[in-house]
Design a protein around this ligand. Structure first.
Ligand SMILES: NC(=O)c1ccc[n+]([C@@H]2O[C@H](COP(=O)([O-])OP(=O)(O)OC[C@H]3O[C@@H](n4cnc5c(N)ncnc54)[C@H](OP(=O)(O)O)[C@@H]3O)[C@@H](O)[C@H]2O)c1
Length: 141
């Protein structure tokens, strides 16, 4: 937990500041979409399931990111924006490591591009054919 302030700065405050800076530009455009990359590790409902994953500061910050996303979606949804959080699955990156799924980035991009107004304020999950828990259904908050 010693790194909670760093996680808060990166995953919550920086997202807030970046969003705030870009909103006036997005308002002038036609694709008013803001996507916050979250994780099911930030799901309060799934906290028990992930109890053995030892990164509490990361989990707390992503849970806060989810709420930040909802607050922005409530304010800007009626103004034509689509703002949502997405769980990109377990991806093969520096963070995810070698054992993660290979198709995750493509599935995440497809989900983001396919999302529309109905997804405003939601927590989306990727769809990868044949991998049960990546069935595209929204994770619980
Ligand atoms: N990989 C997964 O399995 C997985 C699962 C769920 C969610 N996610 C989410 O997906 C997103 C991308 O993660 P990733 O897997 O691509 O991780 P990654 O390979 O570790 O990359 C993280 C990126 O964030 C940048 N970054 C970290 N701290 C920063 C800071 N304080 N200011 C500016 N940039 C900073 C890093 O920049 P530098 O390269 O300059 O260090 C790097 O480009 C994250 O939001 C993560 O929570 C990933």
């Amino acid at each position: 937990m010693n790194d909670l302030d760093e996680h808060f700065n990166t995953n919550v405050l920086s997202v807030h500041n970046t969003t705030r800076a870009f909103l006036p530009l997005l308002e002038k455009g036609s694709l008013k979409k803001v996507v916050n990359v979250s994780t099911t590790l930030g799901s309060i409902a799934m906290a028990g399931f992930f109890a053995q994953t030892p990164c509490p500061a990361y989990k707390i910050s992503k849970s806060m990111l989810n709420m930040l996303t909802v607050q922005y979606s409530l304010e800007y949804g009626p103004k034509g924006f689509t703002i949502f959080a997405i769980s990109p699955g377990w991806l093969r990156t520096d963070l995810g490591g070698e054992a993660a799924v290979e198709q995750g980035a493509k599935a995440t991009a497809e989900k983001i591009m396919g999302a529309g107004k109905d997804q405003n304020g939601q927590f989306l999950n990727i769809f990868i054919e044949g991998i049960g828990h990546y069935d595209g259904s929204n994770p619980p908050w």
